[in-house]
Design a protein around this ligand. Structure first.
Ligand code: MTE
Length: 301
């Protein structure tokens, strides 16, 4: 039997790209907007979002466990065994356990969210995710008082992930969020794109999406979530502290030490893409700026 998260979107339910785009156009025509998500609560989103074709989203990827080239993940990540899959949720929670993904996804309220996704390498795409809020999962397992951060870990499968042979990062890939960031309604646990289950290259079977942060915070193929008091170890911060901070909020005013973050290349628009100006918090300032009130974002980058 197909696992629940596989059967959730039957092939016949998966929205073909063209229909998806038409539906969005219809909605925009009818409602005069076309912002935010379709099925989910009407969360504001940056204006004028048009999703990238499925082709772009699934063939231009970063997933270093499968190699550092942009096409390596599409070539090799199909080898990742995603069933059975479980996530260990531990640390400062009321119900620590090894949760089967069927149990997690089966009880979740799956929504569609259209987010701009901005990579630290100064390119971006617009991706129609399917997923549920991380907050709903954390509420289910019960966050204990005293927990201040959430740590995440990707699967480490040397037999299936050829990139692990290279010491690019201190594997497994690890990321973290402050608890209030993790509980924010924009923070998503994604299980699909365009109504289809995630492919290996996009972080199957389940990955994080934090739309106001650089893409590397959006950790793929998660096997562990830990609630803790201390700021978590994060792979990129460990690899190069000066270049990759813990917060990594999209910020056009704080350049990467080796390149500007003021603009971004929009993947898919022509051979080299078009360029656009990068928005503070990737366009989600209205929703998230409050989380950082009083912080010097040039120091806490
Ligand atoms: N997660 C893991 N485990 N390994 C990675 O190399 N790359 C990150 C992030 N999550 C990465 C990861 C980076 S740099 C980006 S930009 C996004 O995944 C890319 O997500 P996408 O390929 O689905 O667009």
């Amino acid at each position: 039997m197909a696992p629940i998260w596989k059967s959730r979107f039957k092939d016949s339910d998966a929205t073909p790209e063209s229909m998806y785009l038409n539906r969005r156009q219809l909605m925009r025509g009818a409602a005069g907007l076309g912002l935010g998500s379709i099925a989910g609560p009407a969360l504001a989103a940056p204006e004028g979002l048009e999703p990238n074709p499925y082709e772009d989203i699934t063939n231009y990827n970063n997933y270093y466990e499968f190699g550092t080239g942009k096409t390596d993940p599409a070539k090799y990540a199909g080898a990742l065994t995603t069933s059975p899959w479980s996530i260990q949720i531990d640390g400062m929670v009321d119900k620590p356990a090894e949760y089967q993904i069927e149990d997690i996804v089966g009880k979740a309220q799956i929504e569609e969210r259209l987010y701009r996704f901005r990579c630290v390498e100064a390119w971006s795409m617009v991706i129609p995710w399917n997923g549920f809020t991380l907050a709903s999962l954390l509420e289910r397992v019960g966050v204990q008082s005293g927990a201040k951060y959430v740590a995440f870990e990707t699967a480490m499968r040397p037999d299936e992930m050829p990139g692990l042979r290279y010491p690019v990062l201190d594997w497994p890939y690890r990321e973290g969020l402050r608890l209030d960031e993790a509980m924010h309604p924009l923070t998503l646990m994604a299980t699909g794109i365009y109504g289809k289950d995630l492919l290996g290259q996009n972080g199957a079977p389940i990955r994080l999406v934090v739309p106001w942060k650089y893409g590397f915070k959006s950790i793929k193929s998660i096997v562990r979530i830990t609630l803790q008091e201390d700021e978590p170890f994060t792979s990129w911060n460990d690899a190069n502290t000066r270049e990759y901070g813990f917060y990594s909020n999209v910020n056009p005013e704080v350049d990467h030490p080796r390149w500007s973050q003021a603009t971004e290349r929009v993947i898919g628009a022509g051979l080299f893409g078009s360029r656009r100006e990068t928005d503070m918090f990737n366009g989600y300032a209205e929703e998230v700026a409050d989380l950082y009130a009083g912080m010097d974002l040039k120091k806490q980058y």
